[in-house]
Design a protein around this ligand. Structure first.
Ligand SMILES: C[S@@+](CC[C@H](N)C(=O)[O-])C[C@H]1O[C@@H](n2cnc3c(N)ncnc32)[C@H](O)[C@@H]1O
Length: 381
């Protein structure tokens, strides 16, 4: 069956997620604030969950209609063929959202939508009470300017939870954001990538997953895998994803941090992600960084002063980043930070900037792309 699917994503990343979906072969991809719409069948749902690196989750859109009264809301939800979706023992919590709508009480909208589902199921299954002890079918009724969208979540814990991070760092970047930052560079697998302030290693690990063509969802599970209509599609998509892994031939991705624990934590995460053969971590002060390599990439998320460290210290780090990285004349440098004075302290204006949110913190992504490497000489025989 073909479904209308929605991939919510962080504000500012809609185009990145849309590009990812198109690359994965999905049709009818279009974006709206914080959401990407696309279409797909059961296999598509499985593939999107397993492969999407930058989206927050994958939802099935069950209905979309106008409602300005609770009766219209009730009837719209009741009209959905719930018996086709929910087995008799399904657990179906109902989340709610309301923005700029006549029906503004979220708890009332949730309660009415839930009642509409229960009333329909009573008719379908000829019973009065549902114990909700089976598989999870998380629903959401969301109102935006009086348009109701009813969705079924297929993902569970957000897609940033890849399953490889068991130990929380002090200020880790979301995995989905790290993957998006990488996507916004010209880096390609096989080329050098370094995060010299890597913390728990999110950026190098996400790069290594890309380098080895590993589906980021392979190390976790999804509620939709338990649904009878989707179980086979998930099993097939998992097998396919496993067969597509291309182990790295050499290590070209590196992470380092001044904190003694960071390298160990990062290496453990890399092992859990299955990418220990593609990435190496060590303890080092960013100020000592040098490289014989040319045309490499630095992608880093330094302290901001807001969450970690002191203002003065942060300013010194940015000045030192400038003097160390600007010497690497063939390298590309990408930095995400919330600090308003970054460019001034670093000593160079970025060629491009992009506004992004790291969690709730508004940040800028400063981009200093380096020169293109010369093409390798053609084989002349
Ligand atoms: C915002 S955190 C990075 C978080 C990381 N992106 C993650 O996902 O876990 C900044 C990191 O910079 C490191 N750091 C601060 N000064 C440093 C220096 N001089 N050299 C190397 N690392 C440094 C801190 O130890 C901290 O782990």
């Amino acid at each position: 069956m073909q479904y209308d699917l929605i991939a919510p994503t962080a504000f500012g990343l809609e185009a990145v997620t849309a590009r990812e979906l198109t690359r994965l072969g999905f049709a009818d991809v279009h974006t709206e604030d914080g959401r990407v719409y696309f279409k797909g069948d059961e296999k598509g749902v499985a593939k999107a969950n397993l492969w999407l690196r930058t989206a927050a989750r994958v939802q099935i859109q069950l209905a979309r209609f106008k409602a300005v009264t609770f009766e219209e809301l009730f009837q719209g939800v009741y009209a959905i063929p719930w018996g086709d979706w929910l087995p008799e023992n399904a657990r179906f919590p109902m989340d709610g959202r309301s923005v700029k709508s006549t029906l503004f009480s979220i708890s009332d909208c949730q309660a009415i939508a839930k009642k509409a589902v229960v009333e329909k199921l009573k008719k379908t299954y000829h019973r009065d009470f549902f114990e909700e002890t089976g598989a999870l079918y998380r629903l959401e009724v969301s109102l935006l300017k009086d348009t109701v969208t009813v969705t079924l979540d297929t993902t569970g814990a957000g897609l940033h939870k890849r399953g490889y991070r068991k130990i929380a760092g002090e200020a880790p970047l979301k995995e989905t954001m790290a993957a998006a930052l990488i996507d916004l560079t010209f880096w390609r697998p096989g080329r050098i990538l370094v995060d010299p302030m890597c913390g728990t290693g999110t950026i190098p690990i996400e790069a290594a997953l890309i380098a080895e063509n590993r589906a980021p969802g392979l190390t976790r599970s999804f509620p939709a895998e338990e649904w009878p209509a989707f179980a086979k599609a998930f099993a097939e998509a998992r097998e396919e994803a496993k067969s597509l892994i291309q182990p790295a031939k050499e290590i070209t991705i590196f992470g380092s941090d001044i904190d003694a624990k960071a390298a160990d934590v990062s290496a453990t995460c890399a092992r859990l992600a299955g990418v220990e053969g593609a990435v190496r971590f060590q303890r080092a002060d960013m100020r000592t960084f040098k490289s014989e390599e040319r045309y490499g990439f630095i992608l880093t998320n330094p302290p901001y002063g807001e969450r970690l460290g002191q203002e003065e210290e942060v300013q010194k780090i940015y000045r030192d980043m400038g003097s160390v990285f600007r010497k690497l004349d063939t390298w590309s440098v990408y930095v995400i930070t919330a600090h308003p004075e970054f460019e001034k302290l670093y000593g160079k204006k970025a060629e491009k900037r992009r506004k992004l949110f790291n969690g709730r913190i508004p940040c800028q992504y400063y981009q200093y792309p380096g020169p293109k490497p010369p093409r390798p000489p053609k084989n002349e025989d």
